[in-house]
Design a protein around this ligand. Structure first.
Ligand code: FAD
Length: 302
């Protein structure tokens, strides 16, 4: 068993051993991590990651846990929960965020200050760091539209500042996702347009939220399970395959939206995997389309 005590000096009582991960994911799933550190500042985030990398421990960062399906047997190694969430809004529309800042909160901060361009974030759970890595997006906006640069700690070199161009953003993709070495996004600088009317921005955001409520189920889920294939929608394909409402154990393919798999309360990662396979196999057999996961699998499954 790995000895994680060197982390105590950095993390103090924010180091937890054998900590259940379902507490840290939106879908309320995931067995225990050998060790978990809650990083309340960028300094602790970076020092914890670098210590872990130096020791060669298997290590992953979690922001809001909104896009990960963690196995029922948990994670062998260290999970760092990014809770560094300070945000500084400048008069010229520049916003400097610590990467653990929530996107929903950021949307509200910007709208309150009359900054346009963050409204799409109002219905997307998770952190700015997760959004930067995944190029999160909704309602016609996405992270690549606002990000100007990000400060990133890399395992194999000192911390660097990357521009948007270096990110090579595409639909839910970035160069960071495929970087061969572990990394942590520490801060992001975003640019929004000044001088907008806060009431109008909030009205637009309210429409986005209302649209979501009409079209997507509430409760514990992972958002969209699969990426949309070119020219089509995964939800439409899953519905056309007759799978809406299909239940396995404690997880159901939402009767409202075929691309949302909801944990009814007793769901397990194994239930999710069974439904993922069923959807992939059925859609492939009926329509010849390969559904590619948008959600990331992490840790040990059965
Ligand atoms: C109900 C619901 C609705 C959703 N709707 C949308 C939507 O409309 N559009 C959309 O794009 N997504 C959506 N999602 C998915 C999710 O909100 C996004 O993918 C979000 O960007 C995930 O952020 P996170 O902080 O939760 O990342 P996590 O799930 O915690 O992590 C995701 C990945 O990013 C990595 N990561 C996280 N933070 C960092 C960091 N600081 N540095 C390096 N790596 C990091 C993790 O290691 C992991 O590999 C939805 C999810 C849910 C549950």
């Amino acid at each position: 068993m790995t000895d994680f005590t060197p982390l105590r000096e950095i993390a103090g009582d924010k180091l937890k051993l054998n900590e259940p991960l379902h507490r840290y994911t939106v879908a309320r799933l995931g067995g225990p991590a050998d060790a978990l550190v809650i990083a309340d500042s960028v300094d602790v985030l970076e020092r914890t990651a670098r210590l872990a990398w130096d020791h060669g421990w298997q290590t992953r960062i979690l922001g809001g846990g909104a896009n990960v399906l963690i196995g029922d047997r948990g994670f062998r190694g260290l999970i760092i929960i990014n809770n560094a969430k300070a945000v500084k809004v400048h008069d010229d529309g520049r916003v400097i965020c610590e990467s653990g800042a929530g996107m929903i909160r950021l949307a509200h901060l910007c709208m309150d200050r009359g900054l346009a361009g963050a409204e799409w974030m109002v219905s997307v759970p998770g952190t700015v760091g997760g959004g930067v890595v995944n190029n999160a997006g909704a309602h016609g906006g996405e992270m690549s539209g606002s990000l100007t640069s990000a400060e990133i700690a890399f395992k194999d070199r000192p911390t660097e500042t990357w521009t948007r161009d270096q990110m090579q953003y595409r639909y839910r993709e970035s160069a960071l996702k495929h970087n061969p070495q572990p990394l942590v996004v520490l801060r992001a600088e975003l640019q929004f347009q000044t001088g907008a009317d806060p009431a109008q921005l909030h009205a637009k955001a309210d429409e986005f939220v209302a649209h979501r409520k009409r079209t997507q189920p509430p409760g514990a889920s992972l958002g969209s399970m699969f990426k949309n294939p070119a020219g089509d929608y995964s939800g439409r394909l899953i519905e056309a395959a007759g799978l809406k409402g299909t239940q396995h154990g404690g997880v159901i393919i939402s009767p409202l939206h075929g691309n949302f798999f909801v944990n009814t309360g007793t769901g397990t990662a194994a239930d999710y995997l069974a439904l993922i396979r069923l959807a992939q196999e059925t859609v492939k057999a009926k329509f010849g389309v390969e559904l590619e996961l948008e959600v990331e699998l992490m840790g040990e499954f059965a």
